[in-house]
Ligand binder design. Structure first.
Ligand code: ADP
Ligand code: MG
Length: 367
């Protein structure tokens, strides 16, 4: 298997009549990287993928694959591997013939086809299934055949559009890892599209969050989760508390933030976060799992008195909905063994350390 190549999308926009579905996108995917485009329905993910594949033409901008501008090329000239939700294997062909199909199209010699198909069947753990027909395989196995067919001809790039959308939850999870492992083994540069944040976090080296045709943030899964840049990203990925506050002082490492004129929170910031202005309204972004029950105020950088409004048992933890004395609602995820503190109506102290929260701009307040 050859290695993948790098792809750059430069100032790419796409209009459908007057509607701008893709709005000045700049994006680079490095060789061998797995990038996921994550966004709600209608955010322009499929449009962007179609532009890369050549099924739609750019209104402006360019797409560079391996130093070559492919913007004007026909889909078949781009030689890109694709796997979409409706991957439709050919029902009247064996698994072997399904996978061999793109090689036969390309007039590859028979011996080489046999060798390539057998190699890839092994890679997707289906070496015993070459002579079967698609309807004799499970959904997950069929998906692997479709993946094999998409990469058997050694494309420079693999595009996946909600490839697991048709599978049930259990199988989806399993296939996420399978596809990721195969992608790593082959080393093929991959762009995947999904609206499922868990899928994006599981599979990707890099995630590009899209909203209304624009990129909100491109980052590693961990950075995206820990340091969302804005309200949209924060709310789209995982559960989060967003507490409005006023910045009253900033140093290199932390900011003091006043909430509702009373509570002063101590929040970690890094030097290049750009948070410098005082008295600026920001959001404290705090994940429920980063909040703990405090026995005393000195135990954490931040503690806050709350009343428990609601308790939701979720197995390994108890999710509690609480309210501060000044009316802020805070969700916390407390390990189940601490449940003696989490009963409805209880007055408790919640705590978190400065590095467990971050500050983000609230664009809805800026406008
Ligand atoms: P996503 O894949 O993120 O759900 P799409 O790229 O399919 O989003 O669509 C983005 C927006 O562009 C949507 O509002 C959709 O209705 C619109 N759109 C997509 N394809 C076309 C088309 N061929 N003609 C007109 N509008 C389109
Ligand atoms: Mg789509």
């Amino acid at each position: 298997m050859g290695l993948g190549n790098s792809l750059s999308i430069e100032n790419a926009s796409k209009y459908y009549k007057k509607f701008k579905a893709v709005d000045n996108i700049n994006l680079t995917v490095n060789q061998g990287e797995f990038l996921t485009i994550l966004g709600p329905s209608g955010s322009g993910k499929t449009s962007l993928l179609k532009l890369i594949a050549g099924f739609e033409q750019l209104s402006s901008g360019s797409i560079i694959l391996n130093d070559q501008d492919i913007s004007k090329k026909k889909p078949y000239e781009r030689q890109i591997g694709m796997l979409f939700q409706n991957y439709a294997l050919f029902p009247h062909m064996t698994i072997f013939d399904n996978i061999a199909y793109p090689l036969r199209l390309r007039k590859i010699p028979k011996e080489e086809i046999k060798q390539k198909v057998e190699h890839i069947l092994k890679l997707v753990h289906l070496e015993q299934f070459g002579t079967r027909y698609p309807q004799q395989l499970s959904g997950g196995q069929q998906q692997r055949v479709a993946l094999a067919r998409a990469i058997v001809f050694n494309p420079p790039l693999l595009l996946l559009d909600e490839p697991l959308g048709a599978l049930d939850k259990q199988l989806r999870k399993q296939m996420q890892l399978e596809i990721k492992h195969i992608q790593e083994q082959v080393g093929i540069t991959t762009i995947s599209v999904t609206h499922d944040q868990e899928e994006a976090l599981t599979m990707s080296d890099k995630i590009c969050v899209m909203n209304k045709g624009r990129i909100e943030q491109i980052d590693s899964p961990e950075n995206l989760y820990k340091n969302p840049k804005n309200r949209f990203v924060a709310e789209f990925i995982g559960e989060i508390n967003l507490i409005k506050g006023n910045v009253v002082s900033v140093s290199d490492e932390n900011a003091k933030v006043k909430v509702n004129d009373q509570i002063v929170a101590d929040i970690g910031v890094n030097k290049d976060s750009g948070i410098t202005m005082r008295n600026k309204t920001m959001l404290i972004a705090l994940r429920p799992e980063n909040i703990q029950i405090a026995r005393e105020q000195t135990q954490f950088h931040n503690t806050i008195k709350v009343k428990v409004l609601e308790t939701i048992y979720v197995g390994e933890a108890v999710n509690i909905k609480t309210k501060t004395e000044t009316g802020e609602e805070i969700m916390a995820k407390i390990p189940a063994h601490m449940s003696e503190f989490t009963g409805r109506g209880k007055d408790i102290l919640l705590g978190w350390n400065r590095k467990d929260a971050c500050l983000i701009q609230d664009e809805t307040l800026v406008k």
